[in-house]
Design a protein around this ligand. Structure first.
Ligand SMILES: Cc1cc2nc3c(=O)[nH]c(=O)nc-3n(C[C@H](O)[C@H](O)[C@H](O)COP(=O)(O)OP(=O)(O)OC[C@H]3O[C@@H](n4cnc5c(N)ncnc54)[C@H](O)[C@@H]3O)c2cc1C
Length: 475
């Protein structure tokens, strides 16, 4: 060990002596790594290749004890501290420059209690870890649509996916969480214990401490569900989206159907001449029994004249990985997102026309239909405030060459600006890129911001947890 310089939260830097770092390393069940080491490089590399930050050191935690020691050291010396769950956040907030990074990815255990219908999940677990364990018992909890995403970051921001219209957001299924506070104490947050903290971590992100264990409620799902894709030519998209908007408003909660517009990937069920052409894809999943699923899917299958329709019985766990090949780590990415109460004709026109100028073949416009159980939770019940939203549109720009950075981000910003007049002004915190800190107060949290800010002042008055979409402590 040698002495090392660290950036601090007051904008200065501090040297940590070799024996301090050696003392930390000696107390860990996990390990500590430094620049140049393979493990360091692996942990600082996150999903979005636009993120290239270099912490002074990385602690690879094996358990809550490692988290406690790391947080105490960071708090004692005022170090910049970042926390990595699955490393998927578009803003790259899991990594910091010059500070201490806490890598939770080694903590991946998932324990299902099939009698109590609960799951105990460590913070390095991916969605796939939870789905696989829970599906062994025909159970699931609402998570997102890309199986390599981290459960931790997804949950702390809210979390929605194919089961959410039926069973709510991921946070609506959170029963408790173990949280290491900035003081380095582990407390349990639930409706009974520290209810203010429990409220705040359900949507307020990593602002309040490090979660070392999540407890979720589970529901019977599958193992077979009705799911799949329906592909239309973009030339039919305006009419098809108009029908979709009418059908989704009447659909049962079990049914989720999202729309994606992009260049057709070379999927085996698409004719070769369609590959690379502009398409509208409906992605559909029904979280109930197969017969009800067939019935609920039928009107969506009857929209227009699709190029392909591969909706049918599928294993739920496999459907949860269906989008993985399009969302692999290592590409450069920039997102812009808006919430909408409705998909009006002018918005549909704008989105469809924009697909004709996608800057690369990997870019897409994503329309997620929410509603159902999500919207039956009062705005003030959790920190996530967007309980009236029907659609979230996320503009995913994705490319590989740094030379394309400017064209791709500019395209996303233009579309975002043009769509703003139709939007609520709200935004899902987990879809916000690094350059949107001005949207945190009114866009991400709105009516819930002041309460979050007071809870931040109580649990993290020095704003130790600041490498995130930051809630400032109330003064
Ligand atoms: C391809 C892709 C698909 C997605 N699909 C969906 C979707 O369908 N639904 C959805 O809701 N979201 C989706 N998301 C967004 C996703 O919810 C966020 O990117 C989320 O932040 C990912 O969590 P993570 O643990 O992987 O992220 P990280 O980058 O590891 O963490 C993000 C931040 O969360 C905080 N954090 C992480 N772990 C902890 C912890 N244990 N304690 C305290 N704070 C912590 C930290 O502030 C950290 O900076 C998707 C993202 C991607 C890239």
């Amino acid at each position: 060990m040698v002495d090392r310089m660290f950036e601090t939260i007051d904008g200065a830097s501090v040297s940590l002596a070799a024996d301090v770092l050696a003392g930390l390393a000696a107390g860990l069940r996990g390990a500590i790594s430094f620049p140049g080491e393979a493990r360091y490089e692996e942990a600082r590399t996150v999903w979005n290749a636009m993120v290239d930050k270099r912490p002074a050191a990385i602690v690879h935690a094996a358990g809550a004890s490692d988290v406690i020691q790391t947080v105490r050291l960071a708090a004692r010396h005022g170090l910049i501290l970042s926390v990595r769950g699955g490393g998927h956040n578009i803003a790259g907030s899991a990594v910091c420059n010059g500070g201490l990074m806490l890598d939770l990815s080694p903590m991946r255990s998932v324990r299902i209690d099939p009698r109590a219908l609960t799951a105990r999940v460590e913070p390095g677990a991916t969605l796939s870890d939870v789905d696989r364990e829970a599906q062994a018992f025909g159970l699931a909890t609402p998570l997102g649509i890309n199986s390599t995403t981290g459960v931790a970051g997804l949950t702390l921001g809210g979390g929605f996916g194919w089961l959410s219209r039926k069973h709510g957001l991921t946070i609506d299924n959170l029963r408790s969480a173990d949280v290491v506070t900035p003081a380095g104490e582990l407390i349990q947050a639930s409706h009974e214990n520290h209810p203010d903290l429990f409220w705040a971590i359900r949507g307020g992100g990593g602002n309040f401490g490090v979660v070392t264990s999540f407890e979720f409620r589970l529901h019977p799902v599958g193992p077979q569900v009705i799911a799949g894709l329906i592909v239309h030519p973009l030339s039919d998209a305006k009419r098809a989206l108009g029908e979709y908007r009418r059908l989704i408003a009447q659909a049962p909660d079990e049914l989720s159907c999202w729309a994606v517009m992009r260049k057709a990937p070379p999927l085996p069920f698409l004719p070769a001449e369609v590959h690379g052409t502009d398409v509208l894809v409906f992605a559909l999943c029904h979280a109930g029994d197969l017969a009800s699923g067939e019935k609920a899917a039928a009107p969506f299958k009857a929209i227009g004249k699709p190029i392909a329709d591969v909706v049918g019985p599928a294993p739920y766990a496999a459907w949860q990985t269906a989008f993985d090949p399009l969302l692999t780590a290592g590409a450069r990415n920039y997102w812009k997102s808006h919430d909408f109460l409705e998909l009006g004709d002018p918005l549909i026109d704008l989105l469809v026309e924009s697909v004709r100028s996608l800057p690369t073949a990997e870019c897409e416009i994503f329309i997620a239909a929410l509603g159902g159980a999500i919207n039956r939770v009062p705005v003030g019940a959790t920190a996530y405030p967007h309980r009236n939203v029907s659609f979230v549109v996320n503009v995913h720009t994705r490319w590989s060459r740094p030379a394309e950075d400017e064209a791709c981000t500019a395209w996303a910003r233009r579309l975002y600006g043009a769509a703003a007049p139709f939007a609520t002004g709200g935004v899902y915190v987990n879809f916000m890129p690094a350059d949107e800190s001005e949207r945190v107060r009114s866009g991400a949290y709105g009516a819930n911001y002041d309460r979050l800010s007071k809870i931040k002042a109580k649990y993290d008055p020095n704003n130790l947890f600041r490498t995130n979409q930051n809630v400032a402590p109330a003064v």
